[in-house]
Design a protein around this ligand. Structure first.
Ligand code: ARG
Length: 585
């Protein structure tokens, strides 16, 4: 199915050509959703911008367009408003036929992209032996949602975990491992280092207090880089331990990722330097190799360099990202590369992208996007921390969400005097708790900071996961109450959209393809959340105004279809956010 807005655009494009000639075949007719429902559903704004070009009054342009516009099957008689806008109101008969198509379409109108693209989503990407913090949680949730939406649109998505598994810190970690756990590498069973975060801290203390330790650590880096088997083994051990911890979080949150950490690109780093050199982009500065950047200056206004090889011969984060771009473009044949990290890395990516373009690593047909996001704040408005000021551990945060959700559920069950099995209670609390965390993150415009509050995210009212899940479960309860199997609803009996709230709900149901398209383009998952929230509200209004089970046929069937389409849209939309539905809650 073609999105409604697309169908309207096509009609206007035809009228543009008829009215003003072939030159206007590619002119964007500027169709947007109406700013106010009083003016209809859509609005065409092209007359105003064309007026100058055609040296006519905007209202004249609009009148010509209208005369040549063939849109009677879609819209009610159109009129020109104000200085020359064309307001469009969809016809109930058109809505009815469109909805009928949805009944038998399990994609609910969302077509697959044609042509589809090869897209890399680089997300989550925590660092070995360091904590996976809430920033990584945001990256994980947002990146997974974006990947799900692109996959649903039939793009070929590679979900990459660009784990921080390389760098000078490993010298310190390996040295500490050998000092504190001398048998770690000789034992048959890989030893459990327990809490890697405190392991890291202890190593850091040793590193800072002892010059000898520091020197050994430095040598350990060199040994590791030169491929010394024992150092590699120690490094592997640390990576495995971290990986196991990360995987627990991915399992809880149902996240799929392919690990391709920084170390993966080690064999390609020197070639990056060679290519930059061949392009004449390298400058030596105090022994370090750099590329000077346009538009980046230091406080004194001097141009800033991007260092790609340090004076000690080591490479950095940026060099690895340059090598990763080459690999993703040349080997993976990616056409779009999406990086999901906190906004603090905006400069890093702008610089890396600039150098990659200059060096010819990034052809024009490959798009690179930094999907940035803001901070997670505590209820005090400061960066989220535990009471004692430590970084919040993700496992604890998720456990806490489930615990709060369980407490809410038990209260609700008691007040409703409902008995449920312990299985039901545990599963519902877990789904609601985890969904609440995901939804709270995704429903914010990712560019802003947001306040992490269990109370807010678990509220049954408002733009929250529980509200959405509840709306879905309520529809399912209608089918239970009325003994109705939604799958058996007659697709042949008529759809009747009479009540205002039915029309409003129908229009909302038909918006899904447009919303998905916009998320695919701008990578803002909150648009999908807003859409689902609006849908739930419009459904509730419909449900208040229009009896369903008590209505007479054929109205009853028609309303049941609206219920079912709402539930299916919620289920699909939530699944794209990484949230499963509950039949009862
Ligand atoms: N490991 C990095 C961090 O924790 C994120 C990596 C993002 N991806 C990339 N290609 N640089 O901040």
């Amino acid at each position: 199915m073609t999105a409604i807005i697309q169908q309207i655009k096509e009609r206007f494009s035809q009228s543009l050509v008829k009215s003003f000639g072939e030159n206007f075949a590619a002119t964007d007719p500027l169709i947007v959703a109406a700013s106010n429902p009083r003016f209809g559903d859509y609005q065409c704004n092209i007359s105003l911008s064309l007026a100058k070009e055609l040296k006519q009054k905007p209202r004249e342009v609009a009148a010509t367009l209208l005369k040549n516009l063939e849109i009677d099957d879609l819209c009610q008689p159109t009129e020109i408003a104000g200085p020359g806008f064309i307001n469009l109101t969809l016809k109930p008969s058109y809505l009815e036929t469109q909805l009928k198509d949805l009944i038998i379409d399990n994609r609910l109108g969302v077509a697959g992209a044609n042509p589809s693209q090869k897209i890399i989503v680089d997300f989550s990407s925590p660092n070995i032996a360091k904590e996976m913090h809430v920033g990584h949680l945001r990256s994980t949730i947002i990146g997974d949602c974006i990947a799900r939406i692109l996959e649903f649109r039939h793009h070929q998505v590679i979900r990459l975990n660009h784990v921080g598994d390389w760098g000078t810190q490993f010298g310190m970690l390996i040295t500490y491992l050998q000092e504190a756990y001398p048998s770690a590498l000789t034992q048959a069973d890989a030893l459990d280092l327990g809490d890697l975060v405190s392991f890291y801290k202890k190593a850091k203390i040793r590193f800072d207090e002892d010059e000898n330790f520091k020197e050994t650590a430095r040598q350990a880096v060199v040994k590791l880089q030169s491929g010394d088997p024992q150092s590699r083994q120690a490094w592997q051990l640390l990576c495995q331990q971290s990986r196991r911890e990360f995987q627990k979080i991915y399992d809880i949150l149902d996240i799929k990722l392919i690990e391709r950490g920084e170390s993966f690109y080690n064999p390609y780093l020197e070639a990056v330097i060679t290519e930059l050199d061949q392009q004449g982009l390298l400058t030596e500065d105090n022994g370090a190799l750099c590329v000077f950047l346009d538009g980046f200056t230091n406080k004194e206004g001097d141009p800033l360099p991007l260092i790609v090889k340090k004076s000690d011969g080591g490479y950095n984060y940026a060099t690895t990202d340059l090598a990763a771009i080459c690999y993703r473009v040349r080997q993976d044949k990616a056409e779009r590369i999406i990086y999901v990290t906190d906004a603090g890395q905006a400069n890093h990516f702008a610089q890396v992208f600039q150098v990659a373009k200059k060096a010819g690593f990034l052809p024009d047909n490959v798009a690179v996007v930094h999907v940035a996001f803001g901070l997670v704040l505590g209820e005090d408005g400061k960066k989220l921390k535990t009471r004692s000021g430590e970084t919040v551990r993700l496992q604890e945060l998720l456990d806490q969400a489930i615990a709060c959700s369980l407490a809410d559920l038990e209260k609700r069950l008691a007040s409703e005097e409902r008995e449920e099995t312990s299985d039901f209670i545990a599963k519902t609390a877990e789904t609601v708790g985890l969904s609440a965390v995901k939804y709270a993150d995704l429903s914010q415009n990712r560019n802003s900071n947001y306040v992490f509050s269990y109370d807010k995210m678990l509220n049954l009212q408002g733009n929250t996961a529980p509200y959405m899940l509840y709306a879905y479960a309520r529809v399912q309860s209608i089918s239970r109450e009325g003994g109705i199997n939604f799958q058996d609803l007659s697709a042949n009996s008529p759809l009747i959209l009479k009540d205002e709230s039915e029309l409003i709900l129908a229009k909302q149901l038909l918006q899904l393809p447009e919303v998905i398209r916009s998320v695919e383009e701008d990578l803002l998952p909150n648009r999908l959340c807003d859409y689902l929230y609006e849908l739930s509200k419009k459904y509730n209004r419909f449900y208040e105004n229009c009896p369903v089970l008590k209505a007479a046929e054929p109205i009853k069937n028609s309303r049941l279809v609206l219920c079912d389409l709402t539930a299916r849209t919620l289920k699909l939309g939530l699944s794209l956010l990484g949230i499963p539905v509950l039949e009862r809650m």
